[in-house]
Design a protein around this ligand. Structure first.
Ligand SMILES: Nc1ncnc2c1ncn2[C@@H]1O[C@H](COP(=O)(O)OP(=O)(O)OP(=O)(O)O)[C@@H](O)[C@H]1O
Length: 349
């Protein structure tokens, strides 16, 4: 068994979320897919962790593990996941049903997967409230109205009676966020919630999420491919590759001063360098086959700095005094990041 990806520093206070050496594999007759391979991280109450990485790096599998949404019969989950006082891996299925929505809630990428086309928006939000809080129909509708107001849906009374197809993509995503918030979760998981939306709507939803997250004091784990989004919303950033966290730290440290060649390559392939007309670099090669992971660093076959050591053993996590971790034998060898790190959304609008 290899060491976890991130060695925890001794925290000053207990973190709200603690994930230790999480491993998830999907087993079928033909193969075992090792989607998550020993990830560890802490998240404090009221903070936003952005998880970034290429398609297939295990971001969604990690998020779904926190809600125990994987099919039981062919999924093996190992490690510890603690949220507040709850041992997520250990609670009963019945208790987990109650924790979904109230302790941990999730917003998915495509709002239509979370909404039922046959019911009005009001019915759907009110039903979620009634299921969790056991209140009267009238009280649940009043709460639904409050929630639409919270997520800035214009004319909320009218929108409560609308069906999902009568709303724009941006309004639908606001409704889904309202549903996710309906039972006042302490941890919100957002899996690329803005990817399906137009750029101008994306930023409105990001601003909204950040504002509500701050007002409610929620912790949030936000998955995105988009480093610009991470720059705007994250307190901490975790970069995933082949089911491992290969770089982790304060958003500013990871995005302005990336230490792992993979993070550097991601930044180089997405940076908008406006001062110099530098062509964007694609990351050459493909991610590894999760059915047959190599012994050494999973990124080594694509890494321009890889040496013989890199293919023999998995590099240990190297962490600086500020908690900036990179799992690489050549830490800091490449260029500094070129992403324009715009000011975070400092003040709620
Ligand atoms: N239920 C499952 N059974 C088998 N393999 C799975 C299952 N769910 C996910 N995987 C595999 O696990 C790997 C990681 O998937 P995951 O969805 O977490 O990637 P991701 O980083 O979220 O990608 P994307 O950004 O495209 O959503 C992929 O190879 C995927 O095919």
């Amino acid at each position: 068994m290899t060491a976890p990806d991130f060695t925890l520093a001794t925290p000053q206070t207990e973190p709200f979320v603690r994930v230790e050496d999480l491993r998830v594999k999907f087993v079928s007759r033909d193969a075992t897919v090792r989607a998550v391979n020993g990830i560890s991280f802490d998240l404090e109450r009221g903070k936003v962790l952005c998880v970034i990485g290429e398609s297939g790096s295990g971001k969604s599998v990690m998020m779904r593990s926190l809600l125990r949404l994987h099919p039981k019969n062919r999924t093996v989950i190992e490690g510890t996941m603690r949220v507040g006082d709850h041992d997520i891996a250990g609670v009963s299925d019945r208790a987990m049903i109650d924790l979904r929505g109230s302790l941990i809630s999730m917003v998915f990428q495509e709002p239509m997967t979370a909404l039922d086309p046959l019911y009005t928006v009001g019915d759907q939000i009110a039903e979620t409230v009634r299921r969790h809080e056991g209140v009267s129909k009238e009280a649940a509708w009043a709460r639904a109205l409050e929630l639409l107001d919270l997520v800035r849906v214009p004319s909320p009374e009218r929108r409560l009676k609308a069906y999902p197809h009568e709303l724009s993509g941006g309004l639908r995503q606001r409704v889904v966020i309202a549903m996710a918030l309906s039972c006042r979760p302490s941890l919100l998981l957002a899996d690329e919630p803005t990817t399906a939306l137009d750029a101008s709507v994306q930023i409105q939803i990001l601003v909204l999420l950040r504002k509500i997250q701050r007002e409610m004091g929620m912790s949030m784990i936000f998955v995105t491919h988009d480093l610009g989004v991470a720059a705007q919303i994250a307190d901490q950033v975790a970069v995933m590759y082949a089911g491992r966290i290969i770089e982790y730290g304060e958003a500013r440290d990871v995005l302005l001063s990336p230490q792992h060649p993979y993070t550097q390559a991601m930044l180089a392939s997405t940076a908008k360098d406006q001062d110099r007309d530098v062509p964007l670099e694609a990351i050459a090669g493909n991610p590894p086959d999760l059915r047959a992971l190599p012994d050494g660093c999973s990124f080594a076959p694509r890494c321009k700095y890889a040496g013989p050591d890199c293919t023999l053993t998995m590099p240990p996590p190297i962490t600086d005094a500020w908690g900036h971790m990179a799992r690489c034998f050549k830490v800091g060898i490449g260029p500094a990041g070129k992403l324009r790190f715009d000011a975070k959304i400092a003040e709620p609008v």
